[in-house]
Structure formats: C-alpha cells, structure tokens
Write a protein that binds this ligand. Structure first.
Ligand SMILES: [Zn+2]
Length: 333
C-alpha cells in the first residue's frame, strides 16, 4: 500500500517504472512543505526493498516495517543539522562513501536528501559527481520546496516529480475517512491549501500545528485593539522566532496572508469563501473598519515582506516596517 495520498498520476508512473525495472537513479521530489514528499520518499524506499514481489510497498514485510520505523540500514535520510545553515560537504562525502558500498540489509541503497536546496555549493558539486556516475543499486531522492535554489546541473540529473496540492473535496473525504467530524474536516481542508501532510498533523490529538494556527489567528483577531507598542513587541517577537525557526515563522506569515485575503473577501461581500470561517464574526467586524484599498495595500505589503524574508532581509527591520504599514481600523458601531 502506498501511504502517499492524492498523487495518483505520479504513483502510476512509478509503478510502471518499478514493474519494468526501469526506475531513474535519481528523483527530485518538488512541492511545498507538508505536501507528502517525505512520505513518497519512504514509499519508494520501501517499494524497491519490499519482499512481497509487487511494484508497490506491502507495508508488512520486515524491510517495509524497518524502513517505516527509520531503522533500515540501507535507507539514509540526510538533512541540514540543526546548528548549521547548510547541508555540509562532509555529509555528502559520507553519502558518496556509502553509495560506493553494497547494500547491507536490503536490495537497494536509498539516500533521501530532505531540503536538498540547503546543500552548500561545495556539497552540491560533490553530489553532482555521484549523480553523474550512478552506483548500481543506489537510489537518490532529493526533496525540495524551493527548487529554484538547487543547482541547475543537479536538477538536470534528476527525474522531476512534482507533488500536486490535493483538491479540497478530496481532502475533506480523506479526513472524513479518518473519523474527523464534517465541519472540522471542512475547515481543516480549507486551511490546508491542499497540503495533505499539514491536514494530517492538524487533526492529530493535541496537534502542535493546530495550536500554532489558533495562537496566530487569535492574535490576528485582536490586532485592531493593539497599540503601537504592542505591534512593535509583536514584530520583535516574530523576528526572534524567525531567526530560530525560519520555516515556522514563514508559515505564520502565510496565516497572516490567509487572514488578510479573508478580510478582502469579507469586505467585498464574499464572506462565504473565506478560509478562516471559524472566525467569520471577527473577520466581518474588522473588514467593516477598513477600506478595500487599505486591505489590498496591506496584502501587497505582506507579500513583499515574505519575499524579502525569503531572500534573507533583516527580519527585525522587515517586520517592523510591516507593522508600521498595518492600516488603522475605524471604529465600527
Ligand atoms: Zn514489503
């Protein structure tokens, strides 16, 4: 059973390749965070090492179970170390060394490079040599949410698999099958922006993802009452968060964008299409205190700030400027 959800076309292509023994030696799995790249990588690692004899992973045999548990000696995941800013050349050299040896436990060595765009230039060039002279029985899976940051020479050595966002109706069904109550499934499906991994995390018990969403949304709902100094405190806190947990801080920015897009919809009389409809009352109220132009301008500021942060602007400066641009909310009687 493939654990990957919502990527039927890609899976069919892979099954054909597996059945015919014609897999590429390197794949580039492309898609936003939480779209299922990691799950697909593990699925593939299982499929090439599965003992059940079909082109799909059985999930039951010893190799399948060991891979799922992260214990298989021939399936290695490489990602940036927490204390570093890049995947280092030493990490890639280790991969090269392992790739020159035979599998010890299964049939295939599988190297999963998670966040491949974080390879240093040296590391990427080093990996390139391995990709140019593929070792037999070695499969490379490069996972990225920021494809453009990878060296074109590395990209061109991989077969590209783009993960698609899951349509909302399908997401609701998937969540429904897992016992998620209908209203909540509909809300999570809207908020997920098609990212199935995010949705699955959001519906877990005491979910961290959901807790963060609630926290950020509560904050957004309280913005009209925030004083100038509150806004600067927020910018400072956000900037600190940014330097520690970049991805999470960017995700927070996405939640801000969702909220302000919702305000635009609510202000235009299309409240039924909002994403955060569990906050429709607050959205309605805020929207009435703003002009359409003010909302649209701030949305543009948000997009610009996100872009600036992506290309490494100073977070504190960028976020303070953003807070200065927060429009004034008129009191609504
Ligand atoms: Zn199996």
């Amino acid at each position: 059973m493939w654990q990957t959800l919502g990527q039927d076309q890609t899976i069919r292509g892979l099954e054909h390749g597996l059945a015919a023994g014609r897999l590429a030696h390197a794949y580039l799995l492309v898609g936003p965070k939480h779209t299922g790249k990691g799950t697909l990588a593990l699925d593939l690692a299982q499929a090439v090492n599965c003992e059940a004899g079909s082109p799909l992973p059985c999930g039951e045999c010893r190799p399948c179970r060991r891979i799922a548990a992260g214990k298989h000696a021939d399936v290695l995941t490489i990602r940036r170390e927490e204390s570093r800013t890049e995947i280092s050349i030493d990490q890639v050299r280790e991969v090269q060394h392992r790739a020159s040896l035979k599998p010890t436990e299964g049939r295939w060595l599988v190297f999963i490079l998670d966040g491949a765009e974080e390879m240093s230039a040296e590391a990427a060039n080093c990996l390139l040599k391995t990709l140019e002279e593929p070792a037999p029985r070695a499969l490379f899976l490069l996972l990225t949410s920021r494809e453009a940051r990878l060296l074109p020479t590395v990209r061109s050595r991989c077969q590209r698999l783009a993960l698609r966002p899951m349509p909302r109706e399908q997401m609701e069904q998937v969540l429904g099958k897992r016992g998620v109550e209908h209203q909540h499934a509909a809300l999570v499906a809207r908020l997920s922006r098609g990212r199935v991994g995010w949705a699955m995390l959001a519906v877990q018990e005491s979910s961290e993802v959901w807790r963060r969403r609630s926290q950020v949304t509560e904050r957004l709902a309280a913005i009209p009452g925030a004083s100038f100094s509150d806004r600067f405190d927020l910018a400072a806190e956000w900037a600190t968060h940014f330097s520690r947990r970049r991805e999470q801080a960017l995700e927070e920015m996405d939640l801000w964008q969702d909220w302000w897009r919702d305000l635009l919809l609510a202000r235009s009389g299309c409240a039924g299409f909002t994403t955060n409809w569990d906050y429709s009352e607050q959205l309605q109220q805020q929207a009435q205190g703003l002009s359409l132009k003010a909302i649209a301008d701030f949305l543009r500021d948000l997009r610009h700030t996100r872009w600036a942060l992506e290309v490494n602007a100073n977070p504190r400066l960028a976020l303070e400027t953003l807070m200065l641009h927060l429009p004034h909310f008129e009191e609504v009687a």
